[in-house]
Design a protein around this ligand. Structure first.
Ligand SMILES: *Cc1c(COP(=O)(O)O)cnc(C)c1O
Length: 360
């Protein structure tokens, strides 16, 4: 075993809903701890998957290039097909990036708190992780401090935008200004898992930076806004040169055909995506309004979740859980990350929050 493995804490996946329900004795459990889509999945996905299953055996290997999905994505993003690496969820792409570019002794710069997979996969490859605290008042990235954390050992810098768990959004201008200060040997990876939820500007994505810098990666997933977490599809875009390095280590048949079919159907249903975005934005407004009214601490969110702090937050999480609402704890003492629920569940949860604050 590699020595580092003994020191790592694996990602703890969500406990299956059935098991939580039994444990708590609740009839309905709404999981708001993994930023999944509370509005379900496009019905077009179900149709496409059923149609595929009805007409095919499973004896043949899938299309190892995900050609059809690749063509659709490349066209939409106006990139060449060889600029795309498609993975079994973005998780696999994150792992492949680390395998490809990290050797022991390299360093990786991240803002904290952020998505735990960046550090975990870097550590496995022998990297040192340089953690830069976000700005405490706003949760925004401290780009100046991140720049100071970069030196000649630094291979990767992660920008999760909007950031998980803070929910905060960094503008393309700020990201561009930051990248300009970095040596071009440093790869800047912009994880846009939640970017579809940003409604504060017209073009939130940093896609254009791909054309401006040779060292930029843009990452996307179907797991959140597209409601496709179960099918595990994520992808990244970079220069063909960098994408090709990653392709050499990708498992030949990583994506099964159901995932490819589902992702393509989901991508083509932009109507479902838009309704998810609108419902989420309206719900986000209602939560922020109440949190303002209650004087609770939270970061301004561009995502489908809110990172918030209340006194003895575990007690609030327990109260919600006793009513069947599971939120994420453990990312910062007395802070909770709440995936924004449907309007109906939101009403119930906010009433519980109001009561909780009154009884403090
Ligand atoms: C959920 C999430 C991912 C992983 O998505 P998958 O495609 O489901 O593996 C990647 N990055 C961030 C920031 C996430 O929150």
């Amino acid at each position: 075993m590699k020595e580092i493995i003994g020191t790592l804490k694996p990602y703890v996946p969500e406990e299956p809903a059935e098991s939580v329900k039994q444990r708590l004795g609740v009839e309905r459990l709404v999981r708001l701890s993994a930023n999944e889509n509370p509005y379900g999945t496009s019905s077009k996905v179900r149709e496409a998957v059923i149609e595929y299953v009805a007409n095919h055996d499973a004896n043949l290997y899938p299309d190892g290039n995900a050609s059809s999905l690749r063509t659709v994505l490349a066209k939409y993003w106006n990139v060449a097909e060889d600029q795309l690496v498609i993975g079994v969820g973005l998780d696999e792409v994150i792992s492949m990036v680390n395998k490809t570019f990290i050797t022991p002794g390299n360093s990786i710069v991240i803002s904290v708190p952020t998505f735990s997979e960046y550090a975990l996969n870097g550590l496995i490859e022998g990297a040192t992780i340089r953690e830069v605290e976000c700005i405490p008042e706003t949760g925004q990235y401290d780009f100046a401090a991140m720049r100071r954390a970069v030196d000649d050992t630094t291979r990767l810098v992660w920008i999760c935008n909007p950031n998980n768990p803070t929910g905060t959004y960094e503008s393309v201008e700020d990201i561009r200004a930051f990248i300009k200060t970095l040596p071009s040997t440093v790869l800047v990876i912009i994880d846009e898992a939640y970017i579809d939820f940003v409604t504060s500007c017209d073009v939130p994505t940093a896609r254009q930076l791909l054309d401006e810098f040779p060292n930029v990666f843009i990452m996307r997933t179907f797991s959140k806004a597209y409601g496709l977490a179960n099918y595990r599809v994520g992808y990244m875009m970079s220069s063909p040169e960098l994408a090709n390095y990653i392709q050499t280590i990708r498992l030949p048949y990583n994506l099964n055909t159901l995932s490819q079919v589902a992702a393509e159907a989901a991508f083509k249903d932009q109507e479902f995506l838009q309704s998810t975005i609108q419902n989420n934005a309206a719900e986000r407004d209602r939560w922020e309004q109440l949190l303002d009214e209650l004087g609770a601490t939270y970061y301004k969110s561009g995502a489908n979740f809110i990172f918030m702090s209340v006194p003895n937050a575990d007690n609030l999480a327990d109260l919600w859980l006793s009513k069947g609402y599971q939120v994420r704890r453990g990312q910062r003492p007395n802070w909770l990350r709440v995936t924004l629920p449907t309007a109906e569940d939101g009403v119930v949860m906010r009433e519980l929050l109001r009561e909780y604050m009154k009884n403090l």
